[in-house]
Write a protein that binds this ligand. Structure first.
Ligand SMILES: CCCCCCCCCCCCCCCC(=O)SCCNC(=O)CCNC(=O)[C@H](O)C(C)(C)COP(=O)(O)OP(=O)(O)OC[C@H]1O[C@@H](n2cnc3c(N)ncnc32)[C@H](O)[C@@H]1OP(=O)(O)O
Length: 179
């Protein structure tokens, strides 16, 4: 379900995507993954090397433990969800996670810098097929976590009906919701 159906074209950069090399801001300051105002969040900040994919670093700290001095798998899955969410946001449409699959290949000790990368393999209708990986210590370090995801495009009405769309749009005056 996270593999693009045959014939799905790889995505092209959106004309309004951030320029290659740009830092990506938070989509919402209260987000647990990237929100700058979240008191206990992961505070992931990322950049895009090419307008299509996202790279970030996440330092595993003591608050992220599952076993003593080892990262909790759910926290790592959250980090993957976040960078994948950031990468699909490059297409300038709202998406939510429909399915997230995670493979944990290596234990990740507290103090590790995980080098995260997320990219899109294709879009078909409302469905975006994405992947991410987290490597230990360096961009070419050993892969500790791999994820594949299906994100579903939604209308902004989704956030209004179930949450608070105004809180998002208040932070994104430059983002045209219904172009
Ligand atoms: C102004 C600025 C704007 C910025 C924008 C705001 C920010 C944007 C947030 C970013 C955040 C990033 C950070 C992490 C991202 C989260 O963490 S998002 C939060 C976690 N996810 C959720 O809360 C989603 C909860 N689920 C839902 O609301 C609904 O199930 C969905 C996903 C919207 C789908 O419902 P629906 O719209 O009724 O559509 P539905 O027909 O059920 O599904 C559409 C298609 O997808 C398939 N599908 C749906 N779910 C699945 C699934 N789990 N497995 C397989 N297939 C599925 C369906 O089978 C269907 O396929 P087709 O029949 O078309 O072939």
């Amino acid at each position: 379900m996270t593999t693009p159906p045959s014939g799905t074209e790889p995505p092209k950069p959106h004309p309004d995507a951030p320029a290659p090399g740009s830092a990506l801001g938070t989509h919402y300051s209260g987000c647990f993954g990237c929100g700058v105002d979240h008191p206990t969040g992961l505070h992931i900040s990322a950049f895009t090397p090419d307008g299509l994919s996202v790279e970030a670093e996440f330092v595993v700290g003591e608050p992220h433990q599952g076993a003593p001095l080892l990262a909790h798998g759910g926290v790592l899955a959250t980090a993957m969800d976040e960078v994948i969410g950031m990468s699909v946001w490059l297409f300038r449409k709202p998406y939510v996670t429909g399915r997230l699959e995670t493979d944990f290949l290596l234990p990740v000790p507290v103090g590790t810098t995980l080098h995260l990368r997320a990219w899109c393999n294709g879009i078909s209708g409302r469905k975006a097929y994405l992947e991410a990986e987290g490597r230990i210590g360096a961009p070419d370090g050993p892969v500790a976590v791999r994820a594949a995801a299906l994100f579903i495009e939604v209308e902004m009405e989704h956030f209004a009906r179930h949450g608070d769309a105004e809180a998002i749009t208040a932070e994104h005056h430059d983002f045209e919701v219904n172009p």
